[in-house]
Design a protein around this ligand. Structure first.
Ligand SMILES: NC(=O)c1ccc[n+]([C@@H]2O[C@H](COP(=O)([O-])OP(=O)(O)OC[C@H]3O[C@@H](n4cnc5c(N)ncnc54)[C@H](OP(=O)(O)O)[C@@H]3O)[C@@H](O)[C@H]2O)c1
Length: 263
């Protein structure tokens, strides 16, 4: 693998919300960045904002629709000259509806983005970098990836996938003695564009809908705490809104004699 261009942090879904603030948080740490989303204008503005303050950083911007699997492969392929230190799979969206009433086109796209793109990008990053010192993969799930929330069943199921996939990968890397760490961030309500997208509306009032929520900046701060820790999960409590770092939360079969043997 060619790596001519130093160390980079890759953040998907950087054009708004948690991804945007996470980008700024890594910039404050002096990290070169590759940021991706569909809205190029937002990425350009973010790049300018960062470079106005940190002229020495390299900020690479890419516009692509990651809900199309071929685009996810192509996005990864185009980064082959960059040495990647940290990868944050943050791009994702939700939907509020009963299962019977849900818009299946929207759900298909959600599964493509929240599950498929995240799996493709995680797997390629792990394949290439698992033995590189200091590397981390952080996947953004949700507290809905640990608790089923009414009217968000498909979204929660997708986020359960993100949580279990990432916790399972963390076990796999640990047992293989790999250098890479895999971690899950599980936010609760955070004021972003999430509410608008999930409800198919152009305005969304977090104060009316939630009362309590975190700002994107606070959530980016939690992500950085997870990044700095040895723990696998960073979870916001849905009731108290406190943030805690923890070991993996799902049951793990380990080397049980009842596991099917890999041939
Ligand atoms: N906000 C919350 O309450 C909350 C709670 C728990 C978990 N989360 C999770 O946090 C993550 C970030 O969401 P957010 O709250 O910051 O919402 P957001 O403000 O809507 O940000 C979502 C980001 O994902 C990008 N994105 C959406 N569709 C995409 C596509 N097809 N291809 C590439 N990028 C795409 C968006 O950029 P473009 O539109 O420019 O493509 C945007 O940058 C998500 O995974 C979400 O599920 C959020």
């Amino acid at each position: 693998m060619v790596q001519e261009k130093g160390k980079y942090t890759v953040i998907t879904g950087a054009s708004s919300g948690i991804g945007r603030e996470t980008t700024k948080a890594f910039a404050r740490r002096g990290k070169n960045l590759v940021i991706v989303a569909r809205r190029m204008d937002n990425l350009k503005m973010l790049k300018k904002e960062i470079l106005d303050e940190y002229q020495d950083l390299d900020i690479v911007i890419r516009s692509t629709d990651l809900s199309v699997p071929e685009n996810a492969y192509q996005f990864y392929e185009e980064l082959k000259d960059y040495g990647i230190e940290t990868w944050v799979n943050n791009a994702g969206f939700g939907n509020y509806s009963s299962v019977a009433d849900q818009d299946l086109k929207k759900i298909e796209t959600m599964l493509h983005l929240n599950i498929e793109a995240l799996t493709i990008l995680s797997s390629l990053f792990v394949r290439n970098y698992k033995d590189a010192e200091g590397t981390q993969l952080i996947n953004v799930s949700s507290c809905g990836g640990y608790t089923i929330v009414p009217t968000a069943v498909a979204y929660c199921a997708a986020k359960f996938y993100v949580s279990t996939f990432t916790e399972g990968l963390a076990w796999e890397l640990k047992e293989a003695g790999a250098k890479m760490k895999a971690k899950v961030l599980a936010p609760a309500a955070t004021k972003t564009e999430f509410g608008m997208v999930a409800n198919n509306v152009s305005e969304y009032d977090y104060d009316k809908s939630f009362g309590t929520y975190h700002t994107s900046k606070e959530m980016a701060g939690f992500l950085l705490k997870l990044y700095d820790s040895e723990k696998v999960v960073g979870l916001v409590d849905r009731e108290s809104f406190s943030f805690r770092l923890s070991d993996p939360l799902f049951p793990y079969a380990g080397n049980s004699a009842h596991n099917q043997q890999r041939m």
